[in-house]
Design a protein around this ligand. Structure first.
Ligand code: ZN
Length: 128
Protein backbone atom coordinates (compact mmCIF):
# COMPACT_ATOMS: atom_id res chain seq x y z
CA UNK A 1 0.00 0.00 0.00
CA UNK A 2 1.63 3.31 -1.02
CA UNK A 3 1.63 5.97 1.65
CA UNK A 4 -0.46 9.06 1.13
CA UNK A 5 -0.57 12.54 2.55
CA UNK A 6 -3.72 13.76 4.26
CA UNK A 7 -4.66 17.29 5.19
CA UNK A 8 -6.40 17.45 8.56
CA UNK A 9 -8.21 20.29 10.22
CA UNK A 10 -6.99 20.62 13.80
CA UNK A 11 -7.86 22.63 16.87
CA UNK A 12 -5.13 24.20 18.97
CA UNK A 13 -6.38 24.39 22.53
CA UNK A 14 -4.81 25.95 25.56
CA UNK A 15 -6.47 26.03 28.97
CA UNK A 16 -9.04 28.67 28.02
CA UNK A 17 -8.81 29.44 24.32
CA UNK A 18 -8.90 27.59 21.01
CA UNK A 19 -7.79 28.30 17.45
CA UNK A 20 -8.03 26.22 14.35
CA UNK A 21 -5.55 25.36 11.65
CA UNK A 22 -4.56 22.56 9.38
CA UNK A 23 -1.72 20.07 9.24
CA UNK A 24 -0.54 17.61 6.63
CA UNK A 25 0.24 14.10 7.81
CA UNK A 26 1.72 11.21 5.92
CA UNK A 27 -0.09 7.94 6.52
CA UNK A 28 2.51 5.24 7.09
CA UNK A 29 2.08 1.78 5.63
CA UNK A 30 3.24 -1.36 7.46
CA UNK A 31 6.52 -1.46 5.51
CA UNK A 32 7.40 2.14 6.34
CA UNK A 33 6.55 1.59 10.00
CA UNK A 34 8.82 -1.45 10.07
CA UNK A 35 11.60 0.55 8.38
CA UNK A 36 11.21 3.36 10.94
CA UNK A 37 11.35 0.83 13.78
CA UNK A 38 14.49 -0.87 12.43
CA UNK A 39 16.13 2.51 11.78
CA UNK A 40 15.46 3.67 15.37
CA UNK A 41 16.73 0.40 16.79
CA UNK A 42 19.87 0.48 14.63
CA UNK A 43 20.63 4.09 15.54
CA UNK A 44 20.35 3.69 19.31
CA UNK A 45 22.01 0.28 19.43
CA UNK A 46 24.82 1.76 17.34
CA UNK A 47 25.21 4.51 19.94
CA UNK A 48 25.15 1.84 22.69
CA UNK A 49 27.93 -0.06 20.91
CA UNK A 50 29.97 3.14 20.64
CA UNK A 51 29.49 3.81 24.38
CA UNK A 52 31.28 0.53 25.18
CA UNK A 53 34.49 2.51 24.56
CA UNK A 54 34.04 4.78 27.59
CA UNK A 55 35.38 3.34 30.85
CA UNK A 56 32.92 3.42 33.78
CA UNK A 57 30.28 5.41 31.83
CA UNK A 58 29.54 2.33 29.75
CA UNK A 59 27.92 0.67 32.78
CA UNK A 60 25.17 3.31 32.53
CA UNK A 61 25.21 4.40 28.88
CA UNK A 62 25.14 0.99 27.19
CA UNK A 63 22.02 -0.36 28.97
CA UNK A 64 20.39 3.09 28.69
CA UNK A 65 20.77 3.26 24.91
CA UNK A 66 19.84 -0.43 24.46
CA UNK A 67 16.57 0.14 26.32
CA UNK A 68 15.97 3.53 24.70
CA UNK A 69 16.45 1.87 21.30
CA UNK A 70 13.83 -0.77 22.09
CA UNK A 71 11.40 1.83 23.44
CA UNK A 72 11.75 4.22 20.49
CA UNK A 73 11.70 1.37 18.00
CA UNK A 74 8.38 0.08 19.36
CA UNK A 75 7.01 3.62 19.37
CA UNK A 76 8.09 4.16 15.75
CA UNK A 77 6.59 0.82 14.77
CA UNK A 78 3.23 1.72 16.29
CA UNK A 79 3.00 5.25 14.88
CA UNK A 80 0.48 5.35 12.07
CA UNK A 81 1.18 8.85 10.85
CA UNK A 82 4.06 11.26 10.51
CA UNK A 83 3.58 15.02 10.55
CA UNK A 84 4.76 16.61 7.32
CA UNK A 85 4.04 20.24 8.12
CA UNK A 86 1.23 22.43 9.31
CA UNK A 87 0.31 25.81 10.58
CA UNK A 88 -2.03 26.88 13.33
CA UNK A 89 -2.48 30.08 15.27
CA UNK A 90 -1.28 30.04 18.85
CA UNK A 91 -4.44 30.16 20.99
CA UNK A 92 -2.80 32.54 23.46
CA UNK A 93 -0.87 35.11 21.39
CA UNK A 94 -2.59 34.50 18.00
CA UNK A 95 0.72 34.36 16.17
CA UNK A 96 1.30 31.73 13.47
CA UNK A 97 2.86 28.53 14.75
CA UNK A 98 4.42 26.03 12.38
CA UNK A 99 4.21 22.38 13.33
CA UNK A 100 7.49 20.46 13.14
CA UNK A 101 7.82 17.07 11.43
CA UNK A 102 7.46 14.27 13.98
CA UNK A 103 5.69 10.99 14.51
CA UNK A 104 2.06 11.72 15.30
CA UNK A 105 0.40 10.74 18.56
CA UNK A 106 -2.87 12.58 19.13
CA UNK A 107 -3.27 14.82 21.04
CA UNK A 108 0.07 16.47 20.28
CA UNK A 109 1.59 18.80 22.86
CA UNK A 110 3.23 21.90 21.44
CA UNK A 111 4.85 24.98 22.96
CA UNK A 112 4.51 28.35 21.24
CA UNK A 113 7.91 29.84 20.39
CA UNK A 114 6.58 33.38 20.85
CA UNK A 115 4.77 33.31 24.18
CA UNK A 116 5.97 29.96 25.63
CA UNK A 117 2.44 28.82 26.34
CA UNK A 118 1.80 25.14 25.80
CA UNK A 119 -1.23 23.91 23.94
CA UNK A 120 -2.50 20.69 22.41
CA UNK A 121 -3.35 19.92 18.80
CA UNK A 122 -6.46 17.81 18.35
CA UNK A 123 -7.84 16.68 15.00
CA UNK A 124 -11.32 18.11 14.44
CA UNK A 125 -13.01 15.18 12.78
CA UNK A 126 -13.18 11.84 14.49
CA UNK A 127 -11.34 9.29 12.41
CA UNK A 128 -10.53 5.66 12.86
ZN1 ZN B 1 1.83 32.02 21.51
Amino acid sequence: MPSSILTLEVSARSSQKAESGSVRVKVLGPLERAKDAVRALGLYWGIALFCVLFPLLHFILVPFFLLLGIFLSVRAGLARERMVDGSVLCPECKKPFSVKPALVRWPMNEVCQECRWSFVLIPDSTRD
